[in-house]
Design a binder for this molecule. Structure first.
Ligand SMILES: Nc1ncnc2c1ncn2[C@@H]1O[C@H](COP(=O)(O)OP(=O)(O)OP(=O)(O)O)[C@@H](O)[C@H]1O
Ligand SMILES: [Mg+2]
Length: 248
């Protein structure tokens, strides 16, 4: 059995407002999957649903790993995290009054992560030398791009199997977006992670993704088994921007 996370026909929303209308996607070990969509199309809602933070009203979410099949659909968030699904939330959510290193240590809360704390900390500091250099600094005083790196490190400290990153490029300069993407790619390769990343930044995301999906109005409108299929102007116009085909 391949190690993977499977979302099958997920329907979810807020009260009477339905946001996801039967979303299916899959993330396999050692691959980066990008979920592309512009504002308000349901990217964060899907991620919240994966972590049990938004109720799944229909469909299923399943983790198939090491020959076990685990139904996450009705599981508590803590239990899902304990299985190694780790989230880097939109907006980073660091403890701004704590130091960088204290934030990282808080990432290593799950029992499996404490045993490999040193190895993960070394990898964080190798991939992000600036995080090491600033480890005694108050996290809230770091720049937005630096805070994104700290947030990624904190997630790595939780020793993920599947790293879920909600819009890593938000608020970052083009140089920081490029660096962040390269770092995600390096972490994935070093640790054979499965990565699910939502993005609006089409060009940068597809540089590191293996496969991708485009979500529009809570529906997957395009599935790319090869990331090159996303780098196509018709796909961008019709599926991503929802503009329809421009007549010749
Ligand atoms: N707590 C909530 N209560 C009601 N509606 C919500 C709630 N959170 C999100 N929504 C609505 O769900 C829809 C999808 O929002 P979501 O945050 O999933 O989009 P997104 O693709 O992540 O957008 P962005 O790129 O702006 O982060 C939007 O119409 C939004 O207003
Ligand atoms: Mg969002």
């Amino acid at each position: 059995m391949a190690n993977r996370l499977i979302v099958d026909n997920a329907v979810a929303g807020y009260g009477s407002v339905r946001v996801l209308h039967g979303v299916s996607l899959e993330i396999r070990e050692n691959e980066t999957v990008v979920l592309l969509g512009t504002n308000g199309n349901g990217k964060s809602t899907l991620i919240r649903t994966l972590f049990g933070l938004t109720e799944l009203t229909r469909g299923s979410i399943r983790l198939e790993w090491n020959n076990e099949s685990i139904d996450l659909s009705r599981m508590a968030t803590e239990a899902i995290i304990d299985l190694g699904l780790i989230l880097v939330p939109e907006g980073r959510r660091l403890f701004s009054e704590l130091t960088v290193e204290e934030n990282l240590m808080l990432g290593a809360f799950r029992s499996g992560a404490r045993k490999v704390l040193k190895r993960n900390l070394d990898l964080c500091y190798e991939v992000f030398p600036i995080v090491k250099a600033r480890r005694k600094q108050r996290a809230g005083s770091m720049s937005g791009g630096e805070q994104q790196m700290v947030a990624l490190c904190r997630a790595l400290m939780s020793d993920p199997r599947i790293l879920v990153i909600d819009e890593p490029s938000v608020g970052l300069s083009p140089l920081f977006v490029k660096r962040t993407m390269e770092a995600i790619d390096k972490l994935k390769k070093e640790r054979r992670l499965a990565v699910l990343m939502t993005e609006q930044n089409f060009k940068q995301a597809i540089r590191i993704a293996d496969r991708g999906y485009i979500i529009q109005h809570g529906t997957i409108v395009f599935v790319a088994e090869h990331v090159a299929d996303l780098d196509n102007s018709d796909v961008i116009r019709t599926a991503y921007l929802g503009l329809g085909k421009v007549a010749a």
